[in-house]
Design a protein around this ligand. Structure first.
Ligand code: INI
Length: 156
């Protein structure tokens, strides 16, 4: 449509290595996100042999592991998957904020795309809706965004 040089990423995962960082907290939900991400990479030319899954206790622990994986030089992209469900205390806000900030920082510091597949919901029902039912699967979206970013960055 626009007659200008345009850089955009293709959804082609062949030959790429991804690490998935997933929290054990709320694993009933997070397992669905992992399934969605793994399925997405496979359907877009990637190989399951090129995927590494790293489990962490909770969303709060994700940034450190994501940064170490990204800085290792072994992965083209990192996909963070977790679920934070609001409870009765402000704990929720601290966990979400630190995870979001830390993941963004890790990506900027390492120049490696890190997908942010963290559900932050008020209820368990909202989390279920985003983990492979009514509102899709946010694991798929995070994998897709990470793949697109890998393919964008390699052209810049
Ligand atoms: N971690 C999550 O990933 N999801 C949550 O919903 C959650 N809540 O509700 O507390 C949660 N907390 C644990 C946190 O991520 C750390 O593992 C913990 O604070 C130890 O450092």
């Amino acid at each position: 449509m626009y007659h200008i040089k345009t850089i955009e990423g293709q959804y082609q995962a062949q030959g790429l290595k991804f690490a998935i960082v997933a929290s054990r907290f709320n694993d009933f939900i997070v397992d669905r996100l992992i399934g969605g991400a793994v399925d997405y990479i496979g359907r877009n030319g990637g190989s399951k042999d090129d995927l590494t899954l790293v489990k962490v206790p909770g969303a709060y622990e994700m940034p450190l592991v994501a940064r170490k994986l990204a800085a290792s030089g072994k992965y083209d992209g990192v996909i963070c998957l977790g679920a934070v469900i609001r409870g009765a205390t402000p704990h929720f806000d601290y966990v979400c904020a630190e995870c979001a900030k830390g993941v963004a920082q890790a990506s900027l510091e390492t120049n490696v795309p890190i997908g942010f597949g963290l559900l932050t919901t008020d209820t368990l029902e909202q989390a279920i809706e985003r983990a492979g039912s009514k509102a899709g699967n946010k694991g798929v979206e995070a994998a897709s965004a990470t793949l697109e970013m890998v393919r964008v960055l390699e052209q810049i």
